[in-house]
Design a protein around this ligand. Sequence first.
Ligand code: EZ4
Ligand code: CO
Length: 414
Amino acid sequence: MRIVSAEVIVTSPGRNFVTLRLTTEDGVTGLGDATLNGRELAVQSYLENHVVPLLLGSDATRIEDTWQYLYRGAYWRRGPVTMAAVAAVDTALWDIKAKCAGMPLYQLLGGASRTGALAYGHASGRDVPELLDSVRAHLEQGYRAIRIQSGIPGLGPVYGVAAAGTDGADRYDYEPARRAAAGGIPLPVTETWGTRAYLRHVPAVFEAVRAEFGPELPLLHDGHHRMTPIQAARLGKALEPYDLFWLEDATPAEDQAALRLIRQHTTTPLAIGEVFNSVYDYTTLLSERLIDYVRSAVTHTGGITAMRKLLDLADVFGIKSGMHGPTDISPVGMAAALHLDLAIHNFGIQEYMQHSDRTLEVFRTAFTFKDGLLHPSDTPGLGVDLDTEAAAHHPYEPAYLPVNRLADGTMHDW
Ligand code: EZ4
Ligand code: CO
């Protein structure tokens, strides 16, 4: 079954998405997500110029071999652009194989290990009362696990805190990366960061949320890579009384050894890896059991083939999945995650921010969210269709996440 066409579709229904659509000689189509926020066109170019010519005429049934060909066959391995492109090809081939089998993809991965995937949503508030309202709104939507982020006294707007409530057109005002004003140059907004103010405030936020909602609700928190190892150790320790599900991205993620220091000081569970793109980013973390959850996404870590191997390795060390699921992973990438979530044994939790209605008019999804659990549906394949006519109404618009500087102007980490 030969691949006869490979199209890269860039569309921006709320935020930018890069999708690969493969078509076989029998007319079966498969979709793969290649979205890399703020660097979308680099992946588009990598696919169009360096991957599509290799795929045309090749056998769509050979998923493992195609993965190895694109990974081992390239002199330059790994990196976010390369691995997002490989992921898109791999995911599209799995979509095709499952459609040909007439089965939802999770059946080809071993079948369901659970009835649904526990999802967590993003509650946030500029202050604690607003955060408590946001947690309440998430509980009403059915979430059974919630990430909490709050504004910090003394600092201006901080990343991860919605500008106004949780129900805007795109649901999370902070998440659609900010676009340029009409005709303007699209530069990232600069926010001011101060880690000492942050470290003082976070325990009080958890105290207030636990006081209001009790001990049972799983609560998560994201540090967005902004602490030093010793600061993260201190925060983890300070948060122990509040029984976090996890503390995420405590330190800049390229330094695996940093997690050793944090681990020595705290029993707060740790998650990292949403910006990783290969199993090699995890070798120290897994073999020394320095983390509890793997944050990698199918979209950014080489697709279903690579994620399955990574998560199987994590399982050997008792480490679970906690896949990245922001709105800059397309519904195609989200569906791919859900099939894995359902099938693997060592599932932990799935991030689920919910795409905007605009996004869902372009990407028609079959997956469901009910009583706090996500299910990929029993539609053959991934269960996502791309409406290319609707996609064409939303041309690419440059957009970036904010950057951070300290009060004295020093650049700070993402
Ligand atoms: O900020 O992918 O845990 N989730 C996150 C995400 C990232 C987004 C950036 O667009 O940190 O929300
Ligand atoms: Co994160």
